[in-house]
Design a protein around this ligand. Structure first.
Ligand SMILES: Cc1cc2nc3c(=O)[nH]c(=O)nc-3n(C[C@H](O)[C@H](O)[C@H](O)COP(=O)(O)OP(=O)(O)OC[C@H]3O[C@@H](n4cnc5c(N)ncnc54)[C@H](O)[C@@H]3O)c2cc1C
Length: 403
């Protein structure tokens, strides 16, 4: 294999480059990214938004990593067209990269819902470091911040805004949010933490936003009229960036469709991370939109290019941090037949486990990474568990993994 072009320098693209090199790939690797340099996205709603970390603190790799690994990094420019027939990737600066294989790692963009006034200057989205800079500038002490959407990113921004001294109102018609991901009881407990930390949560929608000077007037759907804010964050989800793939004639269905090896409908093009979506048999699976899933995709794409065995896969995992609480989730609690609690909702650590029969299928833990690590092994190995031992905090979960 002579050379590979990777479009997108998020965790998926950078992981693909790293896995190619660690797998012994000796050809050229070109990594094209629109941003300043490849940086990590999860801190954008946490320590980067709060100002505790700078952009260089969240770089995915040290500056010299690219030279040491012979990865030609072309940042600050975008791929504007992909011509799979010739292997050409055209760039915004008028140049082109020619590659035998192209990996699309274009991620996605934050959604702007069709609310009148949602495009105002004080109405923010959060996907890039520049977005976070613009939002931070508004989150001054005493500022009134409206967070629309109480999912993962909305909740984290609300927490950070509160830490920065803002008055925060968070609006979401679904209450509690995240029930499918973390189970109804933990979702309720997590949502309650907002009120405890002085954030007002409203189970309603936002009908319209209207800017007048430095104030944004938000009309809520609950009939309470207009409410005044200094800044608004729209945290209502993301959409995968598929335009390049679509224009190149690849199969796309709210994500660039790939097989289990990350190969698209064109065998010379692979897709990874938030922009990709697996099609297995006739079925199109849900996208995961989490950091580790994107990282794993990069490893699988590299294996496909190298012709080696794909890295071991397993239950999906993600984390979220808000109000000083670290939450980790493995598997999908939405498929559990029953949910049991280990410990008590309150001071951490505690966790919930989702079961189908006597097998663990998912778990969510507050302040207990060890419980999630153990749950992951229980899930991946399909080990049957005794519920009493599982829910007894005095029983070391590693013992259950050993059987
Ligand atoms: C604010 C925030 C907080 C998050 N927190 C968590 C968390 O706590 N836990 C968790 O598990 N996940 C979290 N996530 C999700 C996680 O960050 C994503 O799943 C992950 O970043 C996806 O990686 P990716 O490489 O697929 O895409 P991205 O990170 O979006 O990277 C895609 C890159 O491609 C570039 N690009 C796009 N199009 C082009 C083009 N045409 N030419 C050149 N470059 C292009 C973009 O500029 C971007 O740099 C968070 C996401 C956000 C936005």
């Amino acid at each position: 294999m002579a050379n590979v072009a990777i479009v997108g320098g998020g965790i998926a693209g950078v992981s693909a480059a790293a896995a190619l090199r660690s797998g012994g790939f000796t050809g050229e690797i070109t990594l094209v990214d629109a941003g300043e340099f490849p940086y990590d996205r999860p801190p954008l709603s946490k320590d980067f938004l709060s100002g505790r970390k700078s952009l260089s603190d969240i770089a995915l790799q040290p500056d010299d990593w690219y030279d040491r690994n012979k990865v030609r990094l072309l940042s600050g420019r975008t791929a504007t067209a992909l011509r799979p027939g010739t292997g050409q990737v055209e760039l915004s600066d008028g140049t082109a990269v020619t590659a035998d294989r192209v990996v699309l790692a274009t991620g996605g963009h934050a959604l702007r819902p069709p609310i009148p006034g949602a495009d105002g200057a004080r109405v923010h989205l959060l996907r890039t470091a520049r977005d976070a800079d613009a939002l931070r500038a508004r989150l001054t002490p005493g500022a009134r911040a409206l967070v629309v959407g109480a999912g993962l990113i909305g909740a984290e921004v609300a927490s950070t805004a509160r830490d920065l001294g803002c008055e925060v109102v968070m609006v979401d018609p679904v209450s509690p949010p995240l029930a499918a991901a973390v189970g109804a009881d933990l979702a309720r407990w997590l949502h309650e933490q907002h009120a405890i930390r002085g954030i007002r949560t409203e189970a309603t929608t936002v009908r319209s936003l209207r800017e007048s000077g430095p104030i944004v007037h938000a009309e809520f759907g609950d009939g309470t009229g207009e409410h005044a804010f200094d800044a608004v964050l729209l945290g209502v989800g993301m959409a995968p960036d598929t335009a390049l793939a679509r224009a190149a004639g690849l199969d796309v269905d709210r994500g660039i469709l790939v097989d289990d090896a990350q190969v698209t409908s064109n065998p010379a093009v692979l897709a990874v991370g938030d922009s990709a979506r697996v099609r297995r048999g006739g079925e199109v699976l849900a996208r995961t939109e989490h950091w580790e899933a994107a990282q794993r995709d990069g490893g699988r794409a590299a294996a496909a290019i190298l012709g080696t065995a794909p890295p071991a896969d397993g239950a999906s995992w993600f984390w979220t941090d808000r109000h000083g609480v670290h939450v980790e989730v493995v598997g999908y609690l939405g498929v559990a037949e029953s949910v049991v609690v280990r410990g008590e909702f309150g001071p951490e650590p505690f966790s919930v486990f989702g079961l189908v029969g006597d097998r663990v299928v998912a778990a969510a833990a507050v302040g207990d990474s060890g419980a999630v690590r153990a749950a992951r092994r229980l899930i991946d190995r399909g080990i049957a568990v005794d519920r009493e031992r599982l829910t007894d905090p005095s029983v070391d979960l590693k013992k259950l993994v050993r059987g």
